[in-house]
Design a protein around this ligand. Sequence first.
Ligand code: GAL
Length: 846
Amino acid sequence: METISISKSILLFLIAIQLGCQLISSSVTYDGKAIVINGRRRILISGSIHYPRSTPEMWEDIIMKAKEGGLDVIETYVFWNVHEPSPGNYNFEGRYNLVRFLKTVQKAGLYAHLRMGPYVCAEWNFGGFPVWLKYVPGISFRTDNEPFKRAMKGFTEKIVNLLMYENLFEPQGGPIILSQIENEYGALDKKYGAAGYNYMTWAAEMAVGLRTGVPWTMCKQDDAPDPIINTCNGFYCDAFKPNKPYKPTLWTEAWTGWFTEFGGAVHKRPVQDLAFAVARFIQKGGSFVNYYMYHGGTNFGRSAGGPFITTSYDYDAPLDEYGLIRQPKYGHMTELHKAIKRCEPALVSGDPTVFSLGAHQQAHVFYSEFGHCAAFLSNYNTANATRVMFNKMHHTLPPWSISILPDCSNIIFNTAKIGVQSTRMSMIPDNSQMLSWESYSEDLTTSVEDSTFTSFGLLDQVNVTRDASDYLWYITSVDVGPSESFLHGGEHPKLLVQSTGHALHVYINGQLAGSAFGTRESRRIKYKNTIKLRSGRNKIALLSVAMGLSNIGGHYESWETGILGPVVLYGLDQGKRDLTHAKWSYQVGLKGEAMDVVSTNGMSSVEWVQGSLIAQNNQPLTWHKAYFNQPNGNEPLALDMHSMRKGQVWVNGQSIGRYWTAYATGDCQRCHYSGNYRPTKCQVGCGRPTQRWYHVPRSWLKPTGNILVLFEELGGDPTRISLAKRSMTRVCADMFEYRPNNKDWLTESYGKTQVIHRPKIHIQCNPGLLISSIKFASFGTPFGTCGNFQRGSCHAPSSYGVVSKRCIGKESCAITISNSNFGQDPCPNTLKRLTVEAVCAPTSRG
Ligand code: GAL
């Protein structure tokens, strides 16, 4: 007995030592310069791809494109509310299969940065917290509060254990090299005083105590305690320094664009400025950049945060919502990454030496002990190009740009000069039809008597629904005596309804009387309108619609949603009648939701009305359904919802998301790449629906007999809904000719030989598409942007013929920019360019 127990304890001891060694012999560390992996300092380029925002079938393709785009690391948040929908019940299936996602990253040979939060912000419903968390007794989010800390620790441990079990941390041979705890807590920390500081230090200790073997980060947390690395998020991060000299300078969110809200314009960030910001960060000694987002994807279901965040989370990222390459953003950043990587040996060797090259121009020069020299020449002037002298050579620096010289003599990249083609994607209507439309009107007969429950006064929406549905009915009744003067020719009464959001539909005696909507900034809404009452009992039914719970702000868990009043009827003979404290009855969700009409099983439980009646019907609060076959090909698909107004849509029982064709307001006039960027600077889509197309992943479809179900709140014509294929239809290329005094970034030295790269434009259609025509071609001084090019005063008449001959009928073509190619010089002594816009179309075979 004795011997057995002794050998048992020795065995346990040995296992413990081994585990301990495995954990502490971490191969990921850091120093003041960089993250160190297996003893090597690395300049790491990373990109955010959130696994629930695409489908597992899309992951590999997206991740491989990221790798080809020059990324080393994939970053994702972990989304607590999808993994633990109710306390203790976990879901890691399908789009929530975090392990599969990380293994796909690993298979691609990339690293991962896991931002565990569990608070994530991310324009995600409730910032990633499950709504049930709000109802844990005594809880207060993100502060020194025991119930919260217990829950946060429980979930963080759950994730770490799962990933350890799967050997996913780098010291175990897995891809994860970094993890983040909390998210941008710095500002709240200061606001919450001692409780904030205590919570932050607790979170740091808790995370470090999990012994994952890889470093932890805290973003926007100036006082992050050792060994946690504090990191920067923003449009620019070149002014950022970590809180200790022995921590590297990491940028965890380099915003590639911005998110969109319903009713707002779509934000674009010019790639020249993004490249400038990244080069500027690297030249200051930064060693890790993560693009937020590299692929934004889709807020399927009710996952959008908010309120009012659109279903599309495209973000103007290098890979678009559908996972397709966005040019020139993707290509230009890829070229930047190549240029940075060529400087890596010098970049990781030490701090740069900075030289002034002019009033707004600088050189940052890095030297390695092995004789490498790399230089970044920057021009911060927003308006003018400047000629500078560096290393005994003249260089012209475009405004607001950085040139990269990996050998300190040849410029191989300039952030403002785009050398890759631009593409224009279009939504091409597919001719497959939506078949046999049927509709079902949401039943409005619930009365105060037969609803779920009643209460005196108005209740917070989420307290009632627990976010099980976007919809909550508030129903009351008003008795009107036969002698009321408005019944005898007098003025009709007015109803005032004040709500804290997010949208409101007012029904009087079963008829829609009007609607009101909040905005993301002001969630308060006010409805005040004349209503038609009758003598006797009148039913006032208010449908409050939540459009994504807040994901940001101090103690947002306590913010209220829904109709909290006052609700007042004005203009009765007695004066005003305050209904705020009247008897209200509540019905959570829609009848169609309760009967699960979106699923094949639930669908048959209601009476659907045949198609021919629908067009006349055009009713609010109506469910519609139709069948369709999957369009052929492999282009991504989207539903064109322009004929509808507001609601939700499902395909084969899977929620595509909320739709709303609210028109975008904003200023879409100005956009220039130079100067500090802000989201309102470069907007598109003003005066059109903010989001017209809704991504339907192909993997959710069968070849035939797919079922589309939608719920429309306001009324629209479902028979005009169609599917569209997202295809690249236009390709543009544009480049300057080579001239001896304009040779920057066109020459390269290999030892003593100098190679001159004659500039060439390349045009490439997607596989299956051929160049069918040339929409624009000019060798001379053309101007404008892809889609709107125009001839300048100098133009070679042969331009169109030369380009057409080389390109039409081909998948790709290349044309060297030289006078001889175009017959003769159309304007000697003028710097010329070749600009082409080509049309890509399916091959006759395809
Ligand atoms: C950051 C936040 C991200 C995301 C981003 C805006 O402040 O950390 O999660 O919300 O803003 O897209």
